[in-house]
Ligand binder design. Sequence first.
Ligand code: SIN
Ligand code: MN
Length: 270
Amino acid sequence: MKRKAFGEPLAAGAAYTQAGWYAMPQRLPEPVIDRLRESVARISVQDRPEVVFEDGTQVVRALHGCHRFDEACAALTRLPVFVALAESLVGGPAYVYQFKVNLKQPFQGRAWPWHQDFAFWLREDGMPTPNAVNIAVFLDDVHAGNGPLTVIPGSHRLGLLDIDTAHRSANSQDWRRHVSADLEYTIDENRVAELAADLGRHVAVGERGSCFAFHPCIVHTSSNNESPDRRAMLLITYNATNNAPPSPSRPEFLVDRITTPLVADDGFPW
Ligand code: SIN
Ligand code: MN
């Protein structure tokens, strides 16, 4: 099997600290993306709890925890360029807290309302601090029309904002409301409008293979996919090993219990 190195660790810290997001300069090679897309196609038709549908439909919205059972997804989390970036952004050894692929199917993929990821990880899992980082990998070309991730640069520096209580349900313990278009912890749209007026917005578009890191406290959203183009985006959340929640209760495919430090390995099975 052919192997390739992915280049040297990146110095991204200053940009990430300032803006709360960082677009990696290189794209992942096409064969890696092809291999991941094969995994996504295979897992999407499996009957397993990790496969989540758009509410009330059979349209696959997301695949969760795939690094726990799929070889290519597991290998992706160990890519040296990702491990180096994650370790540098969390300031030490890291493990995979969460892994998912959000699929945004053509015409049917639904939105992610404005929110901060740490609102879920603190309130639902007891993650002590937001010393974690998401790395997103575009498995499809992402453009303005297929529901790109939109962030408010610098909003992570405000810490956790108030949640929109009008949106809360009586049953916040139901993890399905942490992964559906009807999200549990959202931010009031007036507050978002103020923030966007102050700080602007960044729309994360790019060709497939592009990679994008973002902070757990950055305010972000993505809209319905009204286009004929799928928008599959894979997300790995790396957490500092000294920031693991002590006793999480959500399913292991949402909160991995294996917190041993990742060891970088460029043996991607392509
Ligand atoms: C999306 O897939 O567009 C949303 C991802 C996220 O909220 O983390
Ligand atoms: Mn999010």
